[in-house]
Design a protein. Structure first.
Length: 104
């Protein structure tokens, strides 16, 4: 899959996703990020950070190899989501992940 930040993917749910350069900083593949968005077990709306005016969407889910990942996206003007961050899930989200797993 291309990492070109102008390339737009359609998810299984019909949402459109564009990946900004920060989405690849930690080496998480585009296919894994799409899988997390498509199959997310946990989705939270977070306050805007880093001087942004838009709130952030936090998706927690598994990559194709089973690794638990966090993907953070903004709602864009032309696409549904602009992915700005992706990496293996950090400890700070563990309680949210565990709570969602209890409701399987």
């Amino acid at each position: 899959m291309p990492k070109d930040n102008s390339f737009v993917f359609d998810t299984n749910t019909g949402a459109r996703v564009r990946f900004l350069p920060g989405a690849h900083k930690h080496g998480v593949k585009t296919t894994d990020q799409l899988n997390v968005i498509n199959e997310a077990r946990v989705v939270f709306l977070l306050p805007a950070t880093h001087g942004r005016s838009r709130r952030e969407w936090l998706f927690l889910g598994r990559g194709l190899d089973g690794t638990i990942l966090e993907v953070i996206a903004l709602l864009g003007h032309r696409e549904h989501f602009l992915v700005i961050h992706a990496m293996p899930m950090r400890r700070k989200w563990q309680a949210r992940w565990d709570l969602a797993q209890e409701g399987k």
